[in-house]
Design a protein around this ligand. Structure first.
Ligand SMILES: C[S@@+](CC[C@H](N)C(=O)[O-])C[C@H]1O[C@@H](n2cnc3c(N)ncnc32)[C@H](O)[C@@H]1O
Length: 545
């Protein structure tokens, strides 16, 4: 199979020793099976391992690849199981799984390893190994356009199987990404998928598949409802679970026991967390200082640019490593989402010509959020981005450290879109909030919510759940916090920026009011106006934050 087809069909065959280890663990867990089904059996390693472990079971497998089906038949024959097994060439997407699973009588085990590929990867290869087009999980609008509609084929298949098993007792034992196991369980628990019991056993995907991804064996029992929690074992041989994950309301939490202990620290953050600036054109937009008045971009070009639209920039690794002195600059083409960028032709003609010379790169930006926007448009931009003080955190690192970021040579520092921040007018405010966020109670609460194996460990959704009041009291900052609340912030209606809508659609519509309502960074301070004036920017109108 060539590499394009291998990707399209998510073709990572399970090594026989791993399949055997899994079957042994199933037996140790008391799983018994009259019928074993492998929906995408490949060359049959799971069927062979299952035949060795469950010596009386009937085995049925399917795969879309005819040569794998033939190889599986041969392997089963060699294992002495050909009389009790059948394998067929079949496309998972066109199979009638309701009929298949409901008509099978006896104790049922659905085992295997579904394709490891996302729908967008298949589409990028002009492939067709996809379910019929439907609005998967009901995603609409901006979420569908910005990547939340991207899903793993195995997630779709697992949900398909769980739906087909509704009301039917069965055991599911599937190798998958840990994130997929979580999504499947959430789906089942929220949609009456009826999962009585579940456990995750971590596996080393690098060792077994050469893939650096957080993966596990998902073991679930269908047919009746059970607690919405799952034990996580660090390996297939672990006898004690290391942590228990679970659903708390709508949300998955990484450590449900710690979460229940700390949940009094959950609420609605009284400030609005912001994503850093998004431009999707780092080669052109991010530069370093070269000789006086000149800057070098990531393409290696040295260009002379006016300073007005250049702002110091920090990235997530800077925040994670505590490097708060920026070494990069970002070209800021707008003050608000939607501003006309053509004014730059007059105000900063060299910068405008520079951007124009790379126009094609901007037009080729993949994300559809740029469609129909001004040339060189940005997101994650608004009055808050020009705040002189920020408390910022990396979105990609597992152990969040909140950094106080102050102006650099008179200019507000920007973060890129791998970071999140709260904007402040005064250093003292930023320092107090950073102390609260870095306190032990906050750290413990965050750790109960943060998952491994996800790209964005920290999200706006998660940060917005921090009840700073409660954390401040618990961490010993109550007095300072109450003084800050009284003096500085007026609650106002939440106006989330675009990225926040995408990430926290559920939460933002709640219309919380009163003293703990989310506030926006909207007060025009003298400091900010002065900074803005210095760098040649007109301050935003208040109602556009
Ligand atoms: C990750 S491999 C796993 C194979 C096997 N289950 C194992 O554990 O070794 C995924 C398998 O899914 C098969 N596959 C991909 N798309 C399929 C589809 N639409 N219908 C049936 N099988 C499919 C591939 O041919 C491949 O053998």
């Amino acid at each position: 199979m060539n590499s394009k087809a291998r990707i399209e069909f998510g073709d990572f065959q399970t090594p026989l020793p791993l399949a055997r280890e899994i079957c042994n663990r199933l037996r140790a867990e008391g799983v018994a099976a009259d019928v074993i089904i492998e929906p995408t059996c490949g060359n049959g390693t799971f069927l062979v391992a299952a035949a060795e472990t469950f010596t009386r079971s009937t085995l049925r497998g399917w795969d879309i690849n005819q040569s794998y089906v033939e190889a599986a038949a041969v392997a089963l024959k060699q294992a002495g199981a050909s009389k009790r097994s059948s394998v067929q060439c079949q496309d998972f997407f066109t199979h009638d799984w309701e009929m298949e699973l409901q008509r099978t009588s006896g104790r049922l085990l659905v085992i295997g390893n579904l394709p490891w590929v996302t729908n967008s990867a298949v589409s990028a290869l002009n492939g067709s190994n996809l379910p019929t087009k439907e609005n998967f999980l009901g995603l609409r609008g901006i979420a569908a356009r910005t990547g939340k509609s991207n899903f793993d084929i195995s997630e779709w298949m697992l949900i398909r199987l769980v739906r087909a098993l509704r009301g039917r007792e069965a055991t599911i034992a599937m190798l998958c990404k840990t994130a997929i196991a979580r999504k499947l369980l959430r789906y089942a628990w929220q949609n009456d998928g009826r999962i009585a019991k579940a456990a995750l056993y971590r596996i080393d995907a690098t060792e077994h598949f050469g893939a650096s991804v957080d993966a596990c064996l998902l073991l679930a029992r269908t047919g009746s409802a059970g607690p919405e929690t799952t034990d996580v074992f660090d390996s297939l041989s672990a006898t004690k679970s290391s942590v228990r994950m679970g659903l708390a309301g709508q949300d998955w939490v990484a450590d449900i026991v710690a979460y229940r202990r700390m949940r009094h620290l959950e609420g609605l953050c009284p400030f609005q967390w912001r994503s850093g600036v998004k431009h999707d054109c780092a080669g052109v937009m991010e530069l370093r200082s070269a000789k006086v008045g000149h800057f070098e971009n990531k393409l290696g070009e040295v260009v002379e640019l006016e300073p007005q639209n250049l702002f110091p920039l920090l990235k997530c690794t800077d925040l994670a490593n505590g490097n708060t002195i920026p070494e990069r600059f970002v070209v800021v083409t707008q003050r608000h989402v939607g501003d006309d960028t053509a004014v730059m032709a007059d105000t900063v003609p060299r910068t405008w010509r520079y951007l124009q010379s790379h126009r094609k790169r901007f037009e080729a930006r993949g994300s559809s959020i740029y469609k129909g926007r001004m040339p060189f448009a940005l997101f994650g931009i608004g009055g808050y981005a020009f705040a002189p003080w920020k408390v910022a955190v990396s979105g990609l690192h597992r152990d969040p450290s909140f950094r106080v970021i102050g102006p650099c040579k008179g200019k507000p520092v920007f973060m890129d879109d791998t970071c999140y921040y709260l904007p402040f007018e005064q250093e003292s405010q930023a320092r107090l909030v950073a102390d609260i966020l870095n306190s032990e109670p906050c750290r413990q609460f965050l750790q109960s919510l943060i998952f491994t194996g996800v790209k964005r460990t920290v999200t706006v959704d998660l940060l917005q759940r921090l009840n700073l009041s409660a954390i401040a009291e618990e961490a010993g900052f109550g007095k300072q916090w109450r003084a800050l609340e009284r003096t500085d912030y007026k609650p106002s209606q939440l106006v989330p920026q675009l990225q926040l809508v995408m990430e926290s659609a559920k939460r933002t519509g709640k219309g919380v009011s009163g003293k703990h309502a989310p506030v926006r960074y909207g007060r025009r301070s003298k400091d900010v106006s002065q900074v803005a004036a210095k760098v040649g920017l007109e301050m935003p109108k208040r109602n556009r934050n």
